[in-house]
Design a protein around this ligand. Structure first.
Ligand SMILES: [Mg+2]
Length: 127
Protein backbone atom coordinates (compact mmCIF):
# COMPACT_ATOMS: atom_id res chain seq x y z
CA UNK A 1 0.00 0.00 0.00
CA UNK A 2 1.38 3.37 -0.94
CA UNK A 3 1.87 5.87 1.88
CA UNK A 4 0.52 8.75 -0.14
CA UNK A 5 -3.23 8.81 -0.18
CA UNK A 6 -4.98 9.78 -3.31
CA UNK A 7 -7.60 12.33 -4.19
CA UNK A 8 -10.37 11.20 -6.51
CA UNK A 9 -11.85 13.93 -8.70
CA UNK A 10 -15.25 13.18 -10.18
CA UNK A 11 -16.58 15.60 -12.76
CA UNK A 12 -18.21 15.24 -16.16
CA UNK A 13 -16.43 18.33 -17.47
CA UNK A 14 -12.99 17.31 -18.61
CA UNK A 15 -11.64 20.85 -18.24
CA UNK A 16 -12.49 20.76 -14.57
CA UNK A 17 -10.91 17.36 -13.88
CA UNK A 18 -7.80 18.27 -15.89
CA UNK A 19 -7.31 21.62 -14.23
CA UNK A 20 -8.02 20.42 -10.72
CA UNK A 21 -5.72 17.46 -11.21
CA UNK A 22 -2.94 19.71 -12.45
CA UNK A 23 -3.20 22.04 -9.48
CA UNK A 24 -3.19 19.17 -7.00
CA UNK A 25 -0.30 17.37 -8.70
CA UNK A 26 1.79 20.55 -8.52
CA UNK A 27 1.41 20.18 -4.76
CA UNK A 28 2.45 16.51 -4.99
CA UNK A 29 -0.97 15.07 -4.37
CA UNK A 30 -1.73 11.87 -6.20
CA UNK A 31 -4.96 12.03 -8.10
CA UNK A 32 -7.40 9.83 -9.93
CA UNK A 33 -10.10 11.25 -12.16
CA UNK A 34 -13.30 9.97 -13.65
CA UNK A 35 -16.37 11.53 -15.18
CA UNK A 36 -19.38 9.65 -13.88
CA UNK A 37 -20.73 8.06 -10.75
CA UNK A 38 -20.55 4.46 -11.89
CA UNK A 39 -16.84 4.72 -12.55
CA UNK A 40 -16.39 6.61 -9.27
CA UNK A 41 -18.04 3.80 -7.30
CA UNK A 42 -15.93 1.17 -9.09
CA UNK A 43 -12.75 3.08 -8.30
CA UNK A 44 -13.74 3.55 -4.67
CA UNK A 45 -14.60 -0.15 -4.37
CA UNK A 46 -11.20 -1.12 -5.68
CA UNK A 47 -9.00 1.54 -4.08
CA UNK A 48 -10.82 2.65 -0.94
CA UNK A 49 -7.77 2.06 1.25
CA UNK A 50 -5.77 4.47 -0.89
CA UNK A 51 -8.29 7.26 -1.23
CA UNK A 52 -8.30 10.04 1.37
CA UNK A 53 -10.59 12.52 -0.29
CA UNK A 54 -13.12 12.73 -3.09
CA UNK A 55 -13.99 15.98 -4.85
CA UNK A 56 -17.41 15.21 -6.18
CA UNK A 57 -19.40 17.18 -8.72
CA UNK A 58 -23.14 17.29 -8.10
CA UNK A 59 -24.54 17.63 -11.61
CA UNK A 60 -23.45 14.45 -13.37
CA UNK A 61 -25.10 12.26 -15.99
CA UNK A 62 -26.64 9.07 -14.60
CA UNK A 63 -26.17 9.15 -10.86
CA UNK A 64 -25.91 12.62 -9.37
CA UNK A 65 -23.40 13.64 -6.72
CA UNK A 66 -25.85 13.24 -3.84
CA UNK A 67 -26.58 9.63 -4.83
CA UNK A 68 -22.88 8.86 -5.18
CA UNK A 69 -22.16 10.52 -1.84
CA UNK A 70 -24.82 8.39 -0.14
CA UNK A 71 -23.40 5.17 -1.60
CA UNK A 72 -19.83 6.01 -0.66
CA UNK A 73 -20.62 7.11 2.89
CA UNK A 74 -22.67 3.95 3.50
CA UNK A 75 -19.69 1.77 2.62
CA UNK A 76 -16.64 3.86 3.41
CA UNK A 77 -17.55 6.57 5.93
CA UNK A 78 -13.90 7.42 6.59
CA UNK A 79 -13.24 8.70 3.09
CA UNK A 80 -13.71 12.46 3.05
CA UNK A 81 -16.20 13.59 0.45
CA UNK A 82 -16.37 17.23 -0.58
CA UNK A 83 -19.10 18.26 -2.97
CA UNK A 84 -17.67 20.34 -5.76
CA UNK A 85 -20.24 22.34 -7.62
CA UNK A 86 -21.04 25.54 -9.41
CA UNK A 87 -24.25 25.62 -7.40
CA UNK A 88 -23.90 27.84 -4.41
CA UNK A 89 -27.25 27.64 -2.71
CA UNK A 90 -27.95 27.09 0.93
CA UNK A 91 -30.32 24.18 0.13
CA UNK A 92 -27.64 22.32 -1.82
CA UNK A 93 -25.05 22.78 0.88
CA UNK A 94 -27.58 21.74 3.52
CA UNK A 95 -28.63 18.66 1.55
CA UNK A 96 -24.98 17.66 1.15
CA UNK A 97 -24.41 17.97 4.89
CA UNK A 98 -27.48 15.90 5.68
CA UNK A 99 -26.19 13.15 3.40
CA UNK A 100 -22.82 13.13 5.15
CA UNK A 101 -20.65 15.38 2.99
CA UNK A 102 -17.51 16.62 4.76
CA UNK A 103 -17.49 19.89 2.88
CA UNK A 104 -18.72 21.90 -0.02
CA UNK A 105 -16.48 23.69 -2.45
CA UNK A 106 -17.91 26.10 -4.97
CA UNK A 107 -16.21 25.75 -8.35
CA UNK A 108 -15.80 29.41 -9.16
CA UNK A 109 -12.54 29.57 -7.26
CA UNK A 110 -8.87 29.67 -8.14
CA UNK A 111 -6.38 26.82 -8.12
CA UNK A 112 -4.74 28.28 -5.03
CA UNK A 113 -8.04 28.24 -3.22
CA UNK A 114 -8.59 24.60 -4.16
CA UNK A 115 -5.13 23.72 -2.85
CA UNK A 116 -5.66 25.63 0.40
CA UNK A 117 -9.02 23.95 0.93
CA UNK A 118 -7.67 20.46 0.25
CA UNK A 119 -4.65 20.96 2.53
CA UNK A 120 -6.85 22.19 5.31
CA UNK A 121 -9.43 19.42 5.19
CA UNK A 122 -6.76 16.69 4.99
CA UNK A 123 -4.93 18.24 7.94
CA UNK A 124 -8.09 18.30 10.01
CA UNK A 125 -8.66 14.62 9.23
CA UNK A 126 -5.16 13.68 10.37
CA UNK A 127 -5.45 15.47 13.73
MG1 LIG B 1 -21.18 18.47 -13.87
Amino acid sequence: MSAVKKILIVDDEEDITNLTEKFLQLEKYETITCNNGYDALDIVEEKHDDIALILLDIMLPGMNGYEILTEIKARYPKILVVLFSVKNFFEDIQKGKELGADGYLVKAISGNEIIAYVKNILKKKNN
